[in-house]
Design a protein around this ligand. Structure first.
Ligand code: 6R9
Length: 653
C-alpha cells in the first residue's frame, strides 16, 4: 500500500496484518477431546452474562452463598455480594476433601537441577504451617505482607498462607531493585516481608536478602522479615526482626482454619510493571477474582485431569498470580514450576523440561519465543516435545513470524495457539480463542472471551466495526480491578476518564473484516507519520519478518517534515552481520510490506533492547535515546547497561 491510496486518518498499515489471513481451525483430534466445542457458549453468555458468571462461581466452594451477583456503580463493582469464600481453601482443602490429596500439584525444578514433586497434601501441610507461623508473628486479616522471592515452592506457599489468613499479599518481583522494593513496601505499608537468602539465576546467586535489608532500612512499617533458605549464601539476620522460615514452621501446627472472607475482601495488591509512570497498586478482591481465574484457566488451556501445565512466568507478575498460583490450583492442576533462566546451562533448558515432565500445556511470552528463534532450531534437536497439546502466549502482541515459528517448531503443527490478551488490571484472560472452537490467525488474539464486551472506539467514543482504534470494555467482569491502593482519583482518571462508564485499558486494537481482533500495543506506542497512524508493533512485525532480524523495537522520533519519523532498533539473528547493505534491505523490506510511509528513517543495530523485567520493551526510553534527551525513570529496567551502549551507537549514526 502506498501513501497516496490511503484515506486520510485511516491507519496506513492495516493490510500488513490482514495479509496474514490464513485460518488455523482447531485440529480435529484436539477438538474431539476439548472441553468446550460448542460455539453457542458465546451467544448464551451474551444473552445472560450473570447466569454465565454464576455457573463459574458455582464451581468454587463458598462458605456462604451470595445474595446478589453484581452491584455495579461505575466505576465500582462488587461481585457475588454477601458471599463468603477463601481462596486458599479453594486451591487446597476443596481438592483434598474431594479425594485428590495425592495428586501432584507442583513439579518444581531449581535452576541447578534439584527438584521437588509435591502433592496437594504436601502443599496443604506446608501452607497451614506457614500460616500458623505468620500468625505467631502477629499477622491477621487485612494486614499487608510483602513477598520478595525466587521461583521456589515457598513463594506459592507464602501467597496461599496469606490468603488463608485473609492477609493481603503484595508480591514484588525478585529482580527488582532496592528502590522498587522499598517504594512498594511503603506504599502498601506492609508489616512482614517474606524473602529468601537468594535465588539462582544463570548459575549465580541473586542476593535477595541483601537487597531486602537495604530496602527495609527505609520501611518503618516492617516488623518482621521471614527468610527462606535457598542458596545458603552468607546473609545478615537482624535480631528480633528476622526469622528463618525453617524455625518459624518447625513447631507450627499443620492445621489452620481458613478465614471466611467476604467476596469483596482484598486478596492481593500487585504493582503494575509500569512501562510508563509511577507504579500503581492494583487491587484484586476474592470471589470475583477466583471465579475469573478458575474459569479462564480451564477454558483457555482446555485443562484436563491428566494435563501437565507449565506457565513460565514469575510469580511476581500477574501471570504468575493468575496462571501459576490461583487459576491452576483452583482447578487441581498438576504443573511445572521452574526457578531459573531458559538458557542455563544451555539454550535448550525449556525443551529439556518439557520432555522430562511431559508438559502438555505450555504458556510463555512472545519475547521468549523471539529469543528461541534467534538462538535457532538446533537447540530443539534431541528434545522430545511430543507431549505438547496446546501452546499459549501473553504479554505483548505476537508477530505472525514468531507465531508461525512457535506453531511449526514447538507445536509440530498440531497444537492450537492461544494468544491471550489481558492485564494486571483485568485479573484474568479477556481476549483469546477458545481452542476447541475458534480458528486462529497468526498474530491475532481472535475474539473476546464469553461475556466479555470488548469494543473499538475512536477518539470521541464512536464505535468502530472494522478498522483501528482504542480498545474499550463496556461491561464489568468479576476479576476486574477494584481500585488503586490509596489513590481512588488515579483509578478513576486512568481507567474510567476517557468515556462514560467504560474501561480504558490503554491499548490500540483493530478488527478485520472477519471480525478478528489484532492488539496493537499501548496507545502511547502509536506513531503519527505524515498524518498516518502507524503502530510501532506493525513496523516491528515487518522487520522481524525479514530473515536477518531476530527482534526489533520501533519508536517515533520528532521530525520537522513528517511530524514523526520512524526510528528502528534491530537485533540480528545469529549468522548475520550488521552492514549498510542489510540496513538498506530492511528499509526496503518494511516499505514493501507496509508502504513507503512506514520506511524507517534510521536503523540502529544492537545486541539488546531496554526491557522491563517482564520482557516488555520500554519504548519511552528508546524515544529518549533517539531524541537525545536525558533518560526518564529507569528503575523498572531489567538491564540499565543496555541504554548506554545504545546511546553511543545513536550518536555515531
Ligand atoms: C498479562 C500481562 C498488560 C499489557 C497490555 C498489553 C500487553 C498482554 C497481550 C498484550 C497484545 C497480547 N499485552 N498480552 N498485547 N497481545 N496477547 O501481560 O499483564 O503486565 O499488566 O501487561 O501487556 O499492552 O495492556 P501486564
Amino acid at each position: 500500500m502506498t501513501d497516496e491510496n490511503t484515506a486520510p486518518g485511516q491507519p496506513a498499515t492495516v493490510e500488513n496484518l490482514l495479509n496474514e489471513n490464513r485460518l488455523f481451525p482447531p485440529p480435529e483430534d484436539f477438538k474431539a477431546k476439548a472441553l468446550y466445542t460448542d460455539e453457542s457458549i458465546y451467544a448464551k453468555a451474551l444473552a445472560d452474562p450473570s447466569a454465565y458468571w454464576v455457573s463459574h462461581a458455582e464451581r468454587l466452594d463458598w462458605f456462604e452463598k451470595w445474595n446478589q451477583v453484581l452491584d455495579w456503580r461505575p466505576p465500582f463493582s462488587r461481585w457475588f455480594v454477601g458471599g463468603k469464600i477463601n481462596a486458599c481453601y479453594n486451591c487446597l482443602d476443596r481438592h483434598i476433601n474431594a479425594g485428590l490429596g495425592d495428586r501432584l500439584a507442583i513439579l518444581w525444578e531449581g535452576e541447578p537441577g534439584d527438584e521437588q514433586r509435591l502433592t496437594y497434601n504436601d502443599v496443604f501441610k506446608a501452607v497451614n504451617k506457614f500460616a500458623n507461623g505468620l500468625k505467631q508473628l502477629g499477622v491477621k486479616k487485612g494486614d499487608r505482607i510483602a513477598i520478595y522471592m525466587p521461583m521456589v515452592p515457598e513463594a506459592a506457599y507464602a501467597m496461599l498462607a496469606c490468603a488463608r489468613l485473609g492477609a493481603i499479599h503484595t508480591v514484588v518481583f525478585g529482580g527488582f531493585s532496592v528502590d522498587s522494593l522499598r517504594d512498594r513496601i511503603n506504599d502498601a505499608q506492609a508489616k512482614v516481608l517474606i524473602t529468601a537468602d537468594g535465588g539462582w539465576r544463570r548459575g549465580k546467586v541473586v542476593p535477595l536478602k541483601d537487597t531486602a535489608d537495604q530496602a527495609v532500612a527505609g520501611c518503618e512499617s516492617i516488623e518482621h522479615v521471614v527468610v527462606i533458605k535457598r542458596t545458603e549464601n552468607e546473609i545478615l539476620m537482624q535480631d528480633g526482626r528476622d526469622v528463618w522460615y525453617d524455625d518459624l514452621v518447625a513447631s507450627a501446627s499443620e492445621s489452620c482454619a481458613p478465614e471466611p472472607m467476604d467476596s469483596e475482601d482484598i486478596l492481593f495488591i500487585l504493582y503494575t510493571s509500569g512501562t510508563t509512570g509511577k507504579p500503581k497498586g492494583i487491587i484484586h478482591t476474592t470471589g470475583g477474582y477466583m471465579t475469573g481465574v478458575s474459569a479462564t484457566t480451564r477454558m483457555v488451556f482446555d485443562l484436563h485431569d491428566e494435563d501437565i501445565f507449565w506457565c513460565t512466568a514469575d510469580v511476581g507478575w500477574i501471570t504468575g498470580h493468575s496462571y501459576i498460583v490461583y487459576g491452576p490450583m483452583a482447578n487441581a492442576a498438576t504443573q511445572v514450576m521452574y526457578e531459573g533462566s531458559p538458557d542455563y546451562p544451555e539454550r535448550n533448558r525449556f525443551w529439556k523440561i518439557i520432555e522430562k515432565y511431559k508438559v502438555s500445556k505450555f504458556y510463555t511470552a512472545p519475547t521468549a519465543i523471539r529469543a528461541f528463534m534467534k538462538w535457532g532450531v538446533k537447540w530443539l534437536e534431541g528434545c522430545d516435545l511430543s507431549s505438547l497439546k496446546l501452546l499459549g502466549t501473553v504479554g505483548e502482541p505476537i508477530n505472525p513470524e514468531a507465531w508461525i515459528w512457535y506453531h511449526k517448531f514447538i507445536g509440530a503443527e498440531k497444537c492450537p495457539i492461544v494468544d491471550t490478551w489481558w492485564q494486571t488490571e483485568t485479573g484474568s484472560i479477556m481476549i483469546s480463542p477458545l481452542p476447541g472452537i475458534v480458528a486462529t490467525k497468526p498474530g491475532s488474539a481472535t475474539r473476546p472471551m464469553p461475556a466479555i464486551s470488548a469494543k473499538i472506539l475512536n477518539e470521541v467514543g464512536e464505535e468502530i466495526q472494522v478498522g483501528g482504534g482504542f480498545l474499550a470494555i463496556d461491561t464489568p467482569w468479576p476479576s476486574m480491578l477494584r481500585g488503586i491502593w490509596g489513590d481512588e482519583e488515579r483509578y478513576k482518571s486512568t481507567y474510567w476518564g476517557r468515556w462514560p462508564d467504560t474501561y480504558f485499558p490503554g491499548d490500540g486494537v483493530k478488527r478485520d473484516s472477519d471480525g478478528y481482533l489484532w492488539l496493537l500495543g499501548r496507545v502511547d506506542d502509536v506513531m503519527l507519520v505524515a498524518g498516518h497512524n502507524i503502530s510501532t508493533m506493525e513496523v516491528e512485525s515487518a522487520l522481524v519478518d525479514h530473515e536477518a532480524v531476530a527482534e526489533s523495537a520501533v519508536v517515533g522520533v520528532t521530525d520537522e517534515v513528517k511530524g514523526q519519523a520512524i526510528g528502528a532498533f534491530v537485533i540480528l539473528r545469529e549468522g548475520f552481520d550488521d552492514s549498510d547493505e542489510i540496513r538498506q534491505q530492511l528499509m526496503k523490506h518494511v516499505a514493501e510490506k507496509i508502504g513507503a510511509i512506514a520506511r524507517p528513517k534510521t536503523i540502529i543495530f544492537t545486541h539488546d533492547l531496554p526491557k522491563t523485567r517482564s520482557g516488555k520493551i520500554m519504548r519511552r526510553l528508546l524515544r529518549d535515546v533517539a531524541e537525545g534527551r536525558a533518560l526518564g525513570d529507569v528503575t523498572t529496567l531489567a538491564d540499565p547497561g543496555v541504554l548506554n551502549s545504545l546511546k553511543e551507537k545513536y550518536s555515531d549514526s
